[in-house]
Design a protein around this ligand. Sequence first.
Ligand SMILES: Cc1ncc(COP(=O)(O)O)c(C=O)c1O
Length: 356
Amino acid sequence: MRVEDLPIRDDLRGRSPYGAPQIDVPVRLNTNENPYGPSDSLAADLAEAVRLGAAGLNRYPDRDALALRGELASYLGHGLTAERVWAANGSNEVIQQILQAFGGPGRTALGFEPSYSMHPIIVTGTSTEWIAGAREEDFGIDPDKAVALIGEHRPDVVFLTSPNNPTGTALDPAVIARIVEAAPGMVVVDEAYFEFARAGTPSALTLLPDHPRLIVTRTMSKAFAMAGARLGYLAAHPAVIEALLLVRLPYHLSSLTQEAARVALAHRAELLGTVAALRAERDATVAWLRGRGLEVADSDANFVLFGRFEDRRAVWEGILDRGVLIREVGPPGWLRVSVGTAEEMAAFRAALEETL
Ligand SMILES: Cc1ncc(COP(=O)(O)O)c(C=O)c1O
């Protein structure tokens, strides 16, 4: 039996699931993970937290994850408190909850492409209609055009990704502020990669006090190197979090996840200690690719978009044949490489050289 033979929702027919390939090769630079795993002492602390938590697994977890939310708030700073922070299983779940509360049948969500492919997938999954706006040649957003587009469509939710995936582009908070002021509904700024931004790049968190319909999402999957733990979070007005309580599943965040995230936060000096090295490796990768005569987007994230290739599939395959997995994503002709360790980036450079 095929999916089409099932009584599936009409709006899901013919759709493709999220599908970054998970291929077992020596060097994996395709999903923007942090290449550095936890140290032995952090792994031991995580194991101890799980051991202690295991004794209470007969009970449901704290439904509101208050201790974790308080600690996330103090990590974010900006005067935030637990009542302004919410957490779920990865920022993808956070985004899904936002759409369950503020999108849905008869409602629309607008984003500026190329951007994170999961935004339209989650939008469609919640029966919200996706409206695709466009970024400029330099992958930035023109505020005048954005305001006009918002005026035309009056979307219930607007997505802004900064730094943007797959381009690496960070947005000026002044652009975000103009869009929030023009938008009739909620504005989500997805800051999954914020910790990698170049020095002096302000977070949209600075805009929160003046904009109650603004939501800033973050994740522990990237800079915190905890993609496997699944912990995403957001900061917003307390009323936004009250709205999310209406749609979240009870006990959505397991006690083990909450404990693991708290241990990771306690070890943030170690975990975020990799960010400086990754930024330096990113900047070196950008410079090397430009030196090879390739076009490269400026990046404030832990990945680099480069091109343009007549046949990007062939280049992607050539690199893969040499044991390095990167991502075939972005506008036609471009490829994206996540920033790995110095050794992994050397393997990437060698594989690309040989392929070209
Ligand atoms: C822009 C953006 N937002 C959110 C996510 C999802 O992260 P997670 O669900 O692991 O928190 C990603 C992951 O690649 C991303 O690129």
